[in-house]
Design a protein around this ligand. Structure first.
Ligand code: CMP
Length: 226
């Protein structure tokens, strides 16, 4: 697909006029990244905005001991890397590919030109920043006030809501995440998530087959959020 026709499908670029879309498409370049590769690290200089054509990118904060907490997972059509361009500071987090991914890359001057030529674009960026801050607020609240069982149940329900297929009273979703990834998303150890999953299976609340998780009882899973 040409950059121009792909751009139409990206919410951030929805409101562009055909001429602006053409201009943006001509300044955008493509980049591939393999599963497990790091696109950039927290603290590095940031001069580009990324839009995911296809794939999955994890945004994470590293600890001194080599652990990390996952702030966000981005997939097809999402953008990231805007913060360093907007405030001129270094990258605020690591960006790592969870799958082989294809990206569009926009440099800083083209991003600024895009914002300046389009008031709707500024609104779209502000809306995304608000939504991301809201999610991070939720993460902070959950980390402070919920135990691991509650945080994990909430994350499973969130993943089911975003990616799930309803089958009768049950809901099933595919995840390309390891238990370690899941643990990092809820600020817990892999061991405790492994234990949680085992408990949920024994109680008949969920079952796991390969990369597919099936939630058998939404009501009882919701009750664990406390
Ligand atoms: P930047 O700071 O340039 O590089 C890291 C990127 O991760 C950042 O821009 C945002 O695009 C994204 N990011 C940083 N913090 C969060 C967060 N709390 N929620 C979602 N995305 C984030």
């Amino acid at each position: 697909m040409s950059p121009e026709s792909f751009i139409i499908n990206i919410p951030l670029f929805h409101t562009l006029s055909p001429e602006d879309r053409k201009r943006l498409a001509s300044s955008i370049r493509r980049q591939s990244i393999k599963k497990g590769e790091t696109l950039f690290r927290k603290g590095s200089e940031g001069t580009t905005l990324y839009v995911i054509i296809q794939g999955k990118i994890k945004i994470a904060l590293p600890s001194m001991l080599g652990d990390e907490v996952v702030l966000a997972l981005f997939s097809d059509g999402d953008f990231f890397g805007e913060m360093a361009l907007l405030d001129g500071m270094p990258r605020s987090a690591d960006a790592i590919a969870l799958e082989d991914s294809e990206l569009y890359v926009l440099n800083q001057s083209d991003f600024v030109a895009f914002l300046n030529s389009n008031a709707n674009a500024i609104q779209a960026i502000l809306r995304s920043l608000s939504q991301r801050l809201r999610k991070t607020d939720d993460l902070l609240q959950d980390t402070c006030f919920l135990n691991v069982s509650g945080r994990f149940a909430k994350k499973l329900l969130e993943l089911a809501e975003e990616n799930g297929r309803k089958i009768g009273d049950e809901i099933e979703f595919d995840i390309a995440l390891t238990q370690t990834d899941l643990a990092k998303m809820v600020g817990a150890s892999r061991e405790s998530i492994n234990k949680e999953l085992r408990t949920l299976r024994e109680k008949g609340l969920v079952s796991v087959q390969g990369n597919t998780i099936c939630i058998h009882n939404l009501t009882r899973l919701k009750r664990r959020i406390k």
